[in-house]
Ligand binder design. Structure first.
Ligand code: SF4
Ligand code: SF4
Length: 386
């Protein structure tokens, strides 16, 4: 049942504060919620509702992992069919693989905004990209903690590290901030490349042989991985065991993009100062190392809406994902409605693309039979070059 939670003063806050919101970082919210204002120890009114956010999230994560494994296997079989000249088992190309091409999705979004025309190649990637973007604007960076298979693997790697070594590690503050800027640097590189392309240049790129089989090149990158790349991947895996969400926190430009979009979101974790007993369990549980127990509202670009903080809070009606519910008032949203909202956005856009026949890229088989076996020979087209 939705409950009204105490609203924070809507004090202005810089984008940098939003992005770097972390323990020890000065924030207007910290000033507003200093523990000095609460001298007496408060009585705990223990929550009685059944907490199911993490089992629901795990169910969604497992569904998405299974879906991606299915897509991956089907895509591999399709590539093998094309490489063999049509001799092996023929399966259709799964368009969902285009969800793994976010830079192309960004190009397609720009093309759509400039021309009002839906892309006719790899449109599934466009619809998936837009659904993840909308999800971030509505439910913060929920894509990372509910849907992304890489996020799921990262999460279970640090949970494995915690159960094995009884703890995870946190980098010292300035190293952490410096490393967190890496994902924004990578994002600016891609954003600059896309921003400098005209609609005509994007159309030319998307129709090029290179772009038509860029997904095959991506698969081949992992099929024929070199020793140096394998070492880098191994390093990230090992680091992920010790440091929570190492890839997502420091390196993922897609997460950085969705995090910036999430700054527009009206939904945010909100703490009720009146009932909070300052036990700090929420801050300890937060995989993004956010000082949940010190803030009234979590507006950080690092919040993935995982609800781990909500799950561990022992106090009744104290911590919840909330949306504006009127003037200076916020209403808690039930976990099921958040999961339902994510599903509606995801399946709604995918369903729309399928019903309007925009989902699959319709190319003659001969094109793929010719391009796929020579995927590694395709050169990245230079804008404007003919
Ligand atoms: S634990 Fe709470 S504050 Fe931390 S990322 Fe998850 S939802 Fe956001
Ligand atoms: S878990 Fe966090 S919000 Fe809940 S009572 Fe403890 S400090 Fe307060």
């Amino acid at each position: 049942m939705p409950v009204a939670l105490q609203s924070s003063s809507e004090s202005s806050v810089s984008v940098l504060d939003e992005i770097l919101n972390a323990p020890g970082v000065t924030s207007p919210f910290l000033a507003a919620t200093g523990s000095s204002s609460k001298p007496a120890r408060k009585k705990l009114f223990r929550r009685v509702d059944r907490e199911y956010s993490q089992s629901l999230r795990l169910g969604v994560q497992l569904f998405l992992v299974a879906l991606n494994v299915w897509i991956g296997v089907q895509f591999y079989l399709w590539v093998r069919w094309a490489e063999s000249g049509g001799q092996t088992l023929e399966v259709s190309r799964p368009a969902g693989v285009e969800g793994w091409l976010p830079i192309e999705g960004l190009m397609q979004l720009k093309y759509f905004l400039l021309t009002r025309q839906l892309p006719n190649m790899h449109a599934a990637g466009f619809f998936l990209f837009v659904s993840f973007l909308v999800m971030s604007v509505v439910f913060r960076k929920s894509f990372c903690s509910w849907l992304c298979p890489v996020g799921t693997v990262s999460e279970y790697l640090w949970k494995l590290g915690r159960s094995t070594f009884r703890r995870n590690f946190q980098l010292v503050r300035w190293t952490d901030i410096a490393l967190r800027s890496l994902k924004y640097i990578l994002l600016s590189f891609f954003a600059y490349a896309v921003a400098s392309m005209s609609a005509a240049a994007i159309a030319e790129f998307l129709g090029s042989p290179y772009a038509l089989i860029v997904d095959v090149r991506m698969l081949n990158f992992f099929r024929y991985v070199g020793s140096r790349t394998a070492l880098v991947v191994l390093g990230i895996v090992v680091a992920s065991v010790f440091i929570k969400n190492f890839w997502c926190r420091y390196l993922c430009p897609y997460g950085a993009f969705l995090g910036l979009a999430s700054l527009l979101s009206p939904s945010r974790i909100t703490r009720n100062l009146d009932t909070c007993i300052d036990c700090a369990k929420c801050a300890k549980a937060c995989p993004s190392a956010l000082p949940v127990d010190k803030l009234i509202q979590i507006r950080s670009a690092e919040c993935t809406a995982c609800l781990e903080c909500v799950a561990v809070c022992p106090a009744k009606d104290t911590l919840a994902m909330t949306v504006p519910g009127g003037l200076r008032k916020r209403d808690a949203i039930p976990v099921w409605s958040m999961a339902a909202g994510i599903a509606i956005i995801f399946f709604g856009l995918v369903g729309y693309a399928k019903i309007t026949r925009h989902w699959s890229t319709d190319l003659p088989k001969q094109v793929y039979l010719q391009l796929v076996p020579n995927a590694s020979e395709q050169q990245h087209p230079m804008p404007g070059a003919h």
